[in-house]
Ligand binder design. Structure first.
Ligand code: SF4
Length: 418
């Protein structure tokens, strides 16, 4: 194994941090390392990581197996109990070059996972690129100060902290110089960016600084945002800045006010609908995606119907459906649980409604001319994040103008526009 191997689960933050670890491990000469960057959002994600670790040990008896990420941070002893593993690293420790030097020299304790809650600074780290990706994720914020009752993330990533605007601009400039045409601003709760920085700037200020500081950047996209925390400048930029993609993904979670209360969310059903209407008035054609949980504890059929109808009332196009999964230590795990079959059934109904919305959107795109960022030889994404397939080979990373000629179940077919 000439270079450290990274096995990344979960979110864009993990994808970004895996590149940081790749550089640190290589720098320390840990060429025989297999590094698992785990996720704790669902029980299934943790199960898959364990399975992959066992397989890696079978296939590489001599490898140095390191496990980190949110599952390792929230439950280190359960990984320490696995004989396949050489080192369990916390989410802070994984980002320090010294950790990897010590791992190489053998001076590192087998389980290095400190309490992450006291951490109040964001690491100043730079990557040169994301391997195998044309769209680059840039971590501008980490952790979360909220405590939604179903969520384990704050226990894995700690409290909210922001990367300085100057570091974020420099990171974006470096990735664009290295050939990335699209940047996705990523974090756990990016709309809280700036809260711990001097002068408490807001996400809108950061977006403006990046667009001004990197004029050669063609496409800037936001990862999931909390609509109730969107600041006026961000709304203005989303409403009219061409380089800011007309696609917004929302962390909505439910369409019922009582369930939103029991989730300890900060917005109401009305707030979500008003947010979408306001942005759509500013920028007709902007598309929305959203995360919705199916089967949150105590959710009645009538409450669930409110989540179903929210899809229409917000005019959502992309739906990420999460069947409720009780996470150890969260308040929602102690609430009266719904029957597993009922959860699955509600997830299926949400996905079916989501597919209908996607069908309508894709059908409306046929005939349109769109700029597509090529990801692999024959596929890419439009500004609206629609998946596109081509017959002919294209150069990954290129942005091409294309006519949408047809559609499949979840993608558009296209050819180069004349
Ligand atoms: S805002 Fe809520 S759901 Fe999102 S990371 Fe924070 S606690 Fe979790």
């Amino acid at each position: 194994m000439a270079a450290p191997q990274l096995v990344t689960f979960g979110c864009r933050l993990n994808a970004y941090e895996s590149e940081v670890m790749r550089a640190h491990a290589a720098g320390a000469g840990l060429d025989d390392a297999v590094i698992f960057n785990t996720c704790a959002v669902t029980a299934e994600a943790t199960r898959q990581a364990r399975q992959a670790i066992r397989r890696a040990r079978r296939e590489n008896p001599q490898a140095h197996i390191v496990v980190t990420g949110c599952a390792a941070q929230t439950d280190p002893q359960s990984f320490a109990a696995m004989p396949e593993i050489d080192l369990v690293l916390g989410n802070e420790e994984k980002l320090a070059a010294a950790s990897w030097q010590m791992a190489k020299s053998g001076d590192m304790v087998r389980v290095a996972v400190a309490d992450i809650m006291p951490v109040r600074h964001a690491h100043r780290q730079m990557i040169d690129g994301l391997s195998e990706r044309t769209r680059a994720f840039v971590q501008v914020q980490n952790g979360c100060d909220h405590r939604c009752t179903f969520c384990i993330i704050p226990f894995g990533r700690g409290n909210s902290r922001s990367v300085a605007a100057s570091d974020a601009v420099e990171q974006v400039r470096r990735l664009v110089a290295n050939g990335h045409s699209e940047i996705v601003l990523s974090g756990v709760d990016i709309t809280s960016w700036g809260a711990n920085l001097e002068g408490s700037p807001r996400l809108g200020d950061l977006v403006a600084a990046i667009l001004k500081g990197v004029p050669e950047l063609k496409r800037l996209r936001l990862s999931s945002i909390d609509s109730i925390e969107a600041d006026p400048l961000l709304m203005e930029l989303l409403g009219g800045e061409e380089r800011l993609m007309p696609h917004v993904h929302l962390s909505l979670q439910s369409g019922d006010n009582m369930i939103l209360k029991r989730m300890k969310r900060r917005h109401s059903r009305h707030d979500a609908i008003a947010f979408c209407d306001s942005l759509r008035r500013r920028r007709p054609g902007l598309v929305f995606g959203a995360d919705i949980i199916a089967g949150f504890p105590t959710e009645t059929e009538a409450m669930f119907e409110n989540s179903l109808s929210l899809i229409d009332d917000c005019g959502l196009t992309y739906l990420h459906v999460f069947p409720f999964s009780p996470r150890p230590g969260t308040p929602a795990a102690r609430m009266p649980q719904l029957d597993v079959q009922a959860i699955r059934d509600r997830a299926r109904r949400l996905r079916a409604r989501g597919q209908e919305k996607l069908d309508t959107f894709l059908a409306s795109e046929v005939g349109a001319i769109r700029d597509v960022l090529i990801e692999t030889g024959r596929s890419g994404r439009t500004e609206h994040f629609a998946s596109v397939k081509f017959v002919q080979e294209m150069r990954p990373g290129a942005i091409v103008r294309a006519r949408m000629t047809g559609r499949g179940k979840a993608h558009l077919e296209a050819r180069l526009a004349a």
